[in-house]
Design a protein around this ligand. Structure first.
Ligand code: PEP
Length: 253
């Protein structure tokens, strides 16, 4: 089954208003109306609306980097999925390793966010990945399969088409050390086989699994060439059009 590639840029807590606008306009200038694959940017909350407006009429969709597990109420500092949708964004990252490991988000809270986001029509990217210690201890498969199972626990079969997965080994995020194509391919297979066991082969074959972790213009082509790697979730290199555009070009080839 051929799956449409998907390249996503996670800006994390970077850029300012002018930088956000400038980056989107540089991307728009390089991208055709339909490049043949999906492109998304995930700006910080304050720049979501700016990004939605700047991407209007282009192939670039916009998402938030996180959302609350609740839709409204006394949750000071949180941002609800409804608000994200209200600003015109359509996607959300859930379970990013920085949310799990810096902010202590558990599988349980991520599952609640998943249910909330899907319930109002956002399209989540569920991130899973092991730490270096977990990899060294031979626990990679156990960890990613637990995160997958828990993250998808509240997802009805009919909602799965709205979900994208991202394998993001924690040790590769922001470190400059990417997983090798073999390492990425191995974990993507583990995830897809688990999906086949839980949801059937056709569903597993239809779901996109992105790789994330120090993707650069130098390694993008070899990672994207791995069977089962359907795209990339790019952090640092998505902040600079001169680095992100070559990654987009690698997806087009
Ligand atoms: C990320 O933030 O999801 C990420 C993969 O970051 P980087 O590309 O900088 O490793």
């Amino acid at each position: 089954m051929s799956r449409r590639r998907f390249i996503a840029g996670n800006w994390k807590m970077n850029l300012d208003r002018a930088g956000a606008a400038g980056l989107i306009s540089a991307l728009r200038a390089k991208l055709p109306h339909d490049p043949g694959f999906d492109v998304a940017v995930f700006p910080p909350f304050p720049y979501l609306e700016l990004a939605v407006n700047a991407c209007a009429g282009s192939c670039i969709s916009v998402g938030a980097q996180n959302c609350s597990h609740e839709l409204k109420g006394a949750f000071t500092g949180d941002v609800s999925a409804t608000m994200i949708l209200d600003l015109g964004a359509r996607r959300v990252l859930l379970g990013h390793s920085e949310r799990r490991h810096v902010f202590g988000e558990t599988d349980v809270i991520i599952a609640k966010k998943m249910a909330t986001a899907l319930g109002i029509g956002l399209h989540p990217i569920l991130c899973v990945g092991e730490t270096l210690d977990e990899r060294k201890a031979g626990q990679t498969s156990d960890v990613v399969l637990r995160q997958l199972r828990e993250g998808l626990a509240p997802v009805a079969a009919a909602q799965l088409a709205s979900v994208t997965l991202a394998y993001e080994p924690v040790w590769a995020i922001g470190t400059g050390v990417n997983a090798t194509p073999e390492q990425a391919g191995e974990v993507h297979s583990i995830l897809r086989n688990a999906l086949a066991a839980s949801h059937g082969r056709a569903t597993a074959d239809s779901m996109r699994i992105l790789y994330g972790g120090s993707v650069t213009p130098d390694n993008a082509a070899s990672l994207l060439a791995v069977p089962g790697v359907d795209g990339a979730l790019v952090g640092g290199a998505s902040l600079d059009a001169s680095k992100f555009v070559p990654i987009l070009e690698a997806a087009q080839r």
